[in-house]
Write a protein that binds this ligand. Sequence first.
Ligand code: FE2
Ligand code: FE2
Length: 171
Amino acid sequence: MILNEAVQEAINAQINNELFSMYSYLSMSAYCEHKQFRGCAHWMRLQSEEEHGHAMRLYDFLIARQGRVKLQPIAQPQFDFASVPDVFQKAFEQEQQVTKQINELYEMAFNEKAFAALVELEWFINEQVEEEKTARDIVYKFQLVKDDPAALLDLDRELGARAPDQAAATE
Ligand SMILES: [Fe+2]
Ligand SMILES: [Fe+2]
């Protein structure tokens, strides 16, 4: 069964949103490198790769359902930030935004009775719960640490220890 046009268009739009997240996290990573927060930069770079994975999930789904992938230009992400903690605050806000996008997409697929799309999108709904929680936890840690240099270095080291998410890559 071929997906209807409106659902295809909405999934293509979400592919673009995920690619924008990928770009945005990469820009955040570059900013962290510039500020010598190598651990934070590593964390952001992995997050960027995860977002690419999200885009590819939807890409593969469209192809499996005989849809057409239509790539759009990716908007320019934020270049400068007030500070490294501000980067994580922006990341958290971005994840809240993506949750909203996914919810709207789910609602639309529901109204269109696109059942296979609903099942696929359930993965994204779960993922957004995790993404928001992870970002919120890090924002909270930066609030605790404030300007204490030793604690900031520790936090940078902790974030630098993040390993690639094998589960997300192979699911
Ligand atoms: Fe995502
Ligand atoms: Fe995300």
